[in-house]
Ligand binder design. Structure first.
Ligand code: FMN
Length: 199
């Protein structure tokens, strides 16, 4: 089968690409709006793109044609955000924060999660998450109706024991989930294998 994306409507292009380009890591992002409310939402159009400087990119779309999602709006106002990486234990809470709420209402309310101040930015982090990246906005690119937020990572929080003194991750303790076919499918990363490289 072939699919010519120039003739397909954007919703069908999304269905195909979001189902095929998988598994995708999930950025669970906190931001703060001008009212001081902590906003949380997941984004799977997300990855790390370099270490010098250390950059990450994710892509929050619009609520409707003219209104950016709250995450994008808050980052435009403050330039700061925290990206959390999570395992299956927080998957339901993460999905619950994808609800569309009026601007200024926190998705974290009633979720039994705890926030704590970050060290380098004013946006708080969710302490239950095994990893949190304190970020500032570098650039936001608007390409058609896509919005790519490029962030610089300033500080990494990792749960005690996850990473040793040689900066090696303990793979038995870190099992982030991935996003599979949209809208509802996810995968576990607990079944891993090794392949040695030739050099
Ligand atoms: C696992 C998952 C991944 C998502 N990835 C994206 C994404 O990459 N881009 C996007 O615009 N929305 C994505 N969404 C939907 C947003 O999380 C949702 O629109 C949310 O309400 C945005 O919240 P906000 O308005 O507080 O920013 C995703 C939802 C889930 C459950």
């Amino acid at each position: 089968m072939t699919f010519d994306l120039t003739t397909l409507p954007p919703s069908d292009r999304y269905k195909l690409l979001a189902s095929l380009v998988t598994p995708r890591p999930i950025a669970w992002v906190t931001t703060v709006g001008s009212e001081g409310v902590v906003n949380a939402a997941p984004f799977s159009f997300f990855n790390v793109f370099g270490s010098n400087p250390p950059i990450v990119t994710f892509a929050p779309g619009n609520k409707d044609k003219h209104t950016p999602k709250d995450t994008a709006r808050n980052i435009r106002e403050t330039g700061e955000f925290v990206i959390h990486l999570i395992g299956e234990d927080l998957a339901q809470a993460m999905v619950n924060t994808s609800a569309t709420l009026p601007h200024g209402e926190s998705e974290l309310a009633g979720l039994n999660l705890t926030t704590a101040p970050s060290k380098k930015i004013s946006v708080p982090r969710i302490i239950e998450a095994p990893v949190a990246l304190e970020c500032t906005q570098h650039t936001t690119l608007e390409i058609g109706s896509n919005r790519l937020i490029i962030g610089v990572v300033h500080l990494i929080h990792a749960k005690d024991g996850l990473i040793n003194e040689d900066l090696q991750l303990d793979p038995s303790l870190y099992h982030p989930i991935g996003r599979m076919a949209s809208p509802d499918r996810y995968c576990r990363s607990s079944d891993q294998f090794e392949i040695s490289s030739l050099d």
